[in-house]
Write a protein that binds this ligand. Structure first.
Ligand code: ZN
Length: 394
């Protein structure tokens, strides 16, 4: 009897895997037919018919018209129902919490936001985040409950993965906050918490210009400098999920004091904060003077020189094909991307520089980035159910 039970479990698992495989295939094909799916998967037409029927019945897939197969017969075209799988993406930053509903194609369907004080306590941040998410769920129609596969949250600073413990928040100046566990307990849904630059890298790979790239690096430049490395299509986390803290690379141990407590970190030379502090004015005003003021020109030359050196070093370390600039500095000064590319080209080891690119980020929404942490887990799982929290990678 037990043997039969195991066989039944195995066949259920196989069925779920096949359902997920067909779902992902329809997603990547955009529009397809049962005949094409049969050809690609080499499953029998009967199996494809049964699986597609089940996907349609559960509204994961929809029929979108007829397609001629060239011999007079018409086949039904199939496509994904993008709103059947939704995630909530939450971005927490110093002055604002934003929460949005994002579908499996990376489209933002609805969003709300609340201002927060920079001196907010851990308990209050947890409470405000829970309230905002509950408010968003309450506003959306009843279908959300069935379609929601989880909640992804992005925060600046180092975060333990997958535990979701905020080790230290440079924005709020406190640490050791068990954010994921608290939220999951209160919301009773799967929650994942990730560093905001890593979320952005996942989103670029899943939904943005970096879909076709297996090796790229995202630079986030705002008040500080962070980075995330995607290698062979996977996010490099390192031993403690801190890989990519490039902003704290020591350039000169006798250099300016960094907010990490050490001296001469890379970000003390190149972040928006460092530019603002040097000139005693907002970054936008500094940038407005870049064609007229010699001191501004010289300072910005140094900034792009340093970014070009860091970019060239990273290309040598990782054999990466693209460096993507994201964040407020790039938004306010888009030309920095081309200047850095030109300078980096001269520094990169020649055999690596041929196909190398420096680009501005494609994904603009932090909420889409946060939701992509959940959606990428959903797409990797063997079933079409809500995301289970991944076990710690060994
Ligand atoms: Zn530092």
């Amino acid at each position: 009897m037990q043997g039969r039970h195991i066989v039944k479990q195995d066949s259920d698992l196989m069925h779920q895997r096949n359902m997920k495989m067909i779902y992902k295939l329809i997603k990547s094909e955009r529009v397809t037919t049962k005949a094409k799916l049969t050809r690609i998967t080499k499953l029998s037409p009967t199996s494809i018919g049964r699986i597609v029927g089940e996907l349609i019945e559960n509204q994961f897939v929809q029929e979108v018209g007829q397609e001629s197969n060239g011999v007079g017969r018409k086949a039904t075209s199939l496509s994904l129902n993008p709103n059947r799988v939704l995630a909530i993406g939450v971005s927490v930053d110093r002055g604002l919490i934003q929460a949005g509903i994002v579908n499996v194609e990376g489209e933002l369907c609805a969003s709300i936001e609340r201002p927060i004080d920079h001196s907010i306590s851990q308990e209050m941040l947890i409470r405000k985040t829970v309230e905002l998410i509950e408010d968003l769920i309450g506003r959306y129609d009843g279908k959300l409950k069935q379609a929601l596969v989880g909640i992804g949250i992005s925060v600046p600073g180092p975060v333990a993965w997958p535990e979701g413990i905020m080790q230290y928040s440079p924005q709020f100046r406190w640490g050791n906050c068990n954010f994921r566990e608290e939220l999951q307990k209160q919301l009773k849904r799967s929650v994942l918490v990730e560093n905001n630059v890593k979320s952005m890298a996942i989103a670029e790979h899943l939904f943005g210009d970096m879909k076709e790239y297996t090796d790229f690096i995202v630079f986030n430049v705002g008040s500080g400098v962070g980075a995330a490395v995607i290698s062979k299509g996977r996010l490099c986390r390192g031993a403690s999920n801190f890989a990519g803290e490039i902003g704290h690379t020591i350039i000169d141990p006798n250099g300016p004091l960094c907010d990490c407590g050490r001296h001469g970190c890379f970000q003390t030379y190149v972040s928006m904060n460092s530019v603002q502090e040097h000139f005693g004015m907002p970054f936008s005003e500094v940038i407005a003077k870049r064609n007229a003021d010699k001191e501004v020109q010289e300072y910005l030359e140094q900034v792009t020189d340093r970014f070009a050196i860091m970019t060239a070093n990273l290309v040598n370390y990782y054999d990466t094909k693209c460096v993507l600039f994201h964040g407020q500095m790039q938004q306010e000064w888009p030309e920095m991307v081309n200047i850095i590319k030109e300078k980096a080209d001269k520094l990169i080891w020649k055999s690596l520089s041929k196909e190398f690119e420096v680009l501005g980020a494609d994904i603009k929404s932090e909420m889409v980035a946060s939701a992509s942490v959940i959606l990428s887990e959903f797409l990797e799982a063997d079933n079409l159910e809500a995301v289970e929290i991944p076990r710690k990678e060994i």
